[in-house]
Structure formats: C-alpha cells, structure tokens
Design a protein around this ligand. Sequence first.
Ligand SMILES: Cc1ncc(COP(=O)(O)O)c(C=O)c1O
Length: 482
Amino acid sequence: MNKSILKKELEKINKKNKRRFYMPGHKGRGEDFDFYAYDITEIPGADNLHDVHGVIGAVQRKLAKIYNSDEAAILINGTTTGIHSAILGACVSGDQLLVPVNCHRSVFGALALGRIEGVFINPKIQKDMGFAQKIELESVKKALAENSKIAGMVLTNPTYYGTTSDVKAIAELLHRKGKFLIVDEAHGAHLHFNNKLPMDAITAGADVVIQSTHKILGSFTQSALMHFKGERINRQRIKSFLALLQSSSPSYPLMISVEEAVDMAYEKGEAVFEKIIQAHRRFCQNQEKSAPITLYDEVESDTGYDRSKWLFHTQGISGEQVETLLSEEYGIQCEMSGDDDVLAMTGMGTTSEDLERLTQAVWELNDKIKLHDFPGRPVGKKNGQAQKNRLTESIKTEVPLWEALTSDATERESLQDAEGRLAAAFIIPYPPGIPVLLPGSRMTPEILGYLSRLLDQGVAVVGIDGNRELLLLKEKGAIHES
Ligand SMILES: Cc1ncc(COP(=O)(O)O)c(C=O)c1O
C-alpha cells in the first residue's frame, strides 16, 4: 500500500523540527500505543461514554478524585464541544451570559447556537504587548449591576498567554449573587499538579471547568475533560448536550489517552513543571532587559503567571522572523508568532534538554541580532505599532449574534465602504486575537480607522480578506426572523 501523503508530510516536518514547543503537550514522546488494538466500539464490557454504567464511570470517578471535583466527564470533541454543552446546558431561554471578549470562539459559537444574549466586557490589556491580561473584578461587578438577566459568566483562565484573573474573587462575587461560573481552563489542565503554578479553577470555586488535556498534558489532540462542582448548575442538562453534540462513536484511544495523561501528571507533573518553572525563572533572571528577544514574566501578578508558557517579546526583529530562525537554524518549532511576540509552549513531554536548547538558541540569536548578523533579513523593523493604536471602544451587538451569523441577507463590501454597517461575521485581529466586531455589531468610524491601520501594518485580521472585503448585513430590516 502507498504510504499516506499526509503521513509522509508530517514525517518531513517532524524530521526538520525535533524540538516541539507547540501543542500537544506530549511533544511526540509517549509510550508505544497500539491504536488498532484499543480502537473498538461499545461492545459488552466496554461501557458507553454517552450512557455510563461501567468502566468509563470508574475512570471518570478516578479523574474527578484527582482534581477534587464532584464529577468528571471525558470529552472526545475537544474543549470546544465542552464549552458549547456547558453554556447551552447552564442557560435557559431569556438568560444573559457575561462574556469577556477575549473568550475562545467556541463561547461565541454557543451564544449563536443557544440564541443566548451575551453581555460583553473588555479585559485589561497588557500595555507593551497588547494581549488580554485579566478580567478585573470591577468590570464583572459593573456588568452585574447593569444587566439584571445575567445568569452566569464564562471566564478563560489561564489565557493562551499564561496570564490569569482572580477566579476565586470572581466566583465568590457571582455566587453571592446566585450566578454560576464556567471556566474555560483549556490551557490549565496542568495547574493542579504544581503549587507554584496559578490556582486551578476547581480549587478557586468554579461550577463547571473544561480542560483541553491535550494542550499541556499529554493526551491525544481532540480529547478533553469537563468537571462539575456543586449544585448550582443542572448537570443533567449539560450531559444531555454532550451526548447530543459529541460523536456518537466515542474513540476509546482518545478516552484512554485522557486517563493516562492525567495519571502521568499525577505521578510526575510536579517534577516536570518544577523543572520548567525553574528554567523560566533562570532565563528571566539572566536576561538583559534591552535584548532583542526577552522572555515575558509577570512577577507582580496577584494571581500568578503560568510559566509553562514561554512568551518572548521581540524588539528590532519581528516575532515571525524569530520563529523562522528558531526553526531553520535550531530545529525548534514554536506554537505561534506575531508582530512582536513568539510563543513557545512547554508540556508534560518537554525535557530538560529541550529547555536548554531553547534557552541557548535565544541567547545566540540575541547576540547575532545585536551584531546584525543576518544577511538579507531586515532587523530594523519597528514593531509594536499595531498595539499602540489599540481600540478603546467596547464591543456590543445591535442585532442578536445568532441572527446576524445565520442571516442570508449579506453581501461582501470593501472595508472603506463599511462605515455605519452591521457586520455579519467575526472580525478578529491577530494578535491580540480579541474580536473588535461580532456578527451584529456596527462599524463605527473609530473601528474602521483602527482596522485600516492594522491592515496597513500587515496585521492579519480574521474576517477581512486579501482584497480588504468583509461580510456585512444588507440592512437591519432584511434579516429574516427565525
Ligand atoms: C482558550 C481556549 N479555549 C478553548 C479552546 C478549544 O479547545 P479544543 O481545541 O480542545 O477544542 C482553545 C483552543 O485553542 C483555547 O485556546
């Protein structure tokens, strides 16, 4: 049989970049796993993820015990479907949901699927690099005071960049007012295993927590875990949505990988993350603040910074260039790069040697960049402009998000003709990856000017194509009522 084209391509990629600083957390290292042997269906004795009575129940109870939750549910369609189900199950008709705008797209997807009204709040923005740093308690208080129908809130913690909010204070505030808290802990399944990492959401008092065990722990991509704590949310409704939205053929290899990843973290997580945290600290202590590539840290954060994320800030050279140099010259592949940042993600599979090689490579690049030792590479690029022109307007929708997103009364128009019009798609600049327009929100002159400046600076804006066109609603009255 011919070898799969995809397999051949991935083998090439793996050969080139031996050091993985991107997801998943196993980094390509794991015990041999005979996928075919364990890939079965729901035959007697194997239980059924959607109707748990046997061995899957025993595994889920073990996982709940490890994380100190009341109940755990293994997910086989990622945190994405966990978030959809949690929101759809927690909200009832007419509820509002408090949503920080730096939430993952699955949160906005759930609003559309459930026809739930989002009350949007802005995060505090990190001043040098422009990403969402935290949700301030005051913003939550204000939104609750102004919106009587808020049933609860979704919070992303930690963020993709490793920053955290005061989940405990937010949970206490919401609970005092009889509201629920769902935490998207997609990037935090490891927090529980080392107490130098920020507090995990179950400990902080969240009602439902969803974790992508594949991102930093070592389960297979697409597997995840949901936890329930307390009685504030109707668990059965959420579980019904899980059965409705996830595949009716749950993969046993994915389920096994969640169990094994958590077992591994329980056994070795503390040591693995200790090594990563110490290497991060050493790097920060020894770096020159004015170096072209510096490692970001938040020593003064009240709620801690997740040092499993190695987020580099670049000056005089773009993040994209640094990512390419690390790959081409050192065989190190990072998770992502932007105008002035590069993110290297560590995980359960990261070794001391990986950390040393990354550290060494960045030191060397810093020396070479200072000497302008990169023929043909523009090292004088001034970056950070996009963030400096950051928008201050807060986001709101004038037409329900689900109506705008599913409307067939749309047309593509050029950005310059879009002033005063309603968007029919998400418009999200990367970085920082925070939507500036949701389906159903209006293009003001300020937003239009901001988007034009970003595009002029070469920033990628999801929802605006290469011809600077975007999808708009034809007119408010033309939206079909459904
Ligand atoms: C903050 C956040 N939430 C949720 C998700 C979705 O997770 P999954 O890929 O497990 O569906 C992601 C994935 O990138 C994410 O970054």
